[in-house]
Design a protein around this ligand. Structure first.
Ligand SMILES: [Zn+2]
Length: 163
C-alpha cells in the first residue's frame, strides 16, 4: 500500500468527497488548492482528515479547504504512534506542571521546557524544569503515574533506548 502522497492517491481521497458531497463542489481549481496544501503530508494523515470530514460534516455542507485545515491538528500525532522516546515530555519538548498550592487552577499551571531530551533543547521561550521547581509544581509526567523514580532516573543525556 502506498503511503506517500501523489496526485493519484490524492485523487482517490477527493473522489470520496465528490461521491458524498457532489462533484460540482470540487472543481479543478479547488482540488488544486487542496492539493497544494496536502501534498507534503503523509497519505495516512490526509485520509484520516477525509474520514473525519465525511463522518462529521453533513451532506449539505461540502467540506472546503478551510474545513480540512480545521480538522488537521487532530491528526498531528499520527507520526508519534510509535513509542515516544522521552518519558517526560513524550517528545513534545515541553510539559505542563500544576501549581502545588493551587492545583485546580489552570491559570496557576506553568509550561516548562523539558531538560531531558533533544526536543526540549529547541524550546527557547520556556524555562527549563529544574529539580527545585518540584517544590512548587507537580509536573504532568508524574500525574501520568510515571512516578518520581522515572523522573530521577532519566539523566539529561540519556536520549533514546532504541538508537
Ligand atoms: Zn523530553
Amino acid at each position: 500500500m502506498k503511503t506517500e502522497m501523489d496526485t493519484t492517491v490524492f485523487g482517490l481521497q477527493i473522489d470520496r468527497l465528490k461521491k458524498i458531497y457532489g462533484e460540482r463542489f470540487y472543481p479543478d481549481a479547488r482540488v488544486t488548492a487542496i492539493y497544494a496544501w496536502a501534498k507534503n503530508m503523509p497519505l495516512e494523515k490526509f485520509s484520516k482528515i477525509i474520514d473525519d470530514a465525511i463522518a462529521n460534516i453533513p451532506n449539505s455542507k461540502p467540506p472546503m479547504l478551510a474545513d480540512l485545515k480545521e480538522i488537521f491538528p487532530k491528526y498531528n500525532e499520527v507520526r508519534t504512534a510509535t513509542q515516544p522516546r522521552c518519558k517526560c515530555c513524550h517528545d513534545r519538548g515541553q510539559f505542563m506542571a500544576l501549581s502545588k498550592s493551587n492545583p485546580n487552577d489552570p491559570m496557576a499551571a506553568e509550561d516548562f521546557a523539558c531538560p531531558y531530551c533533544e526536543a526540549g533543547k529547541s524550546q527557547r521561550h520556556l524555562k527549563y524544569w529544574q529539580e527545585h521547581d518540584a517544590e512548587k509544581y507537580t509536573p504532568s509526567f508524574t500525574l501520568r503515574n510515571l512516578v518520581k523514580s522515572v523522573f530521577k532516573s532519566v539523566e539529561p543525556n540519556q536520549q533514546t533506548e532504541e538508537v
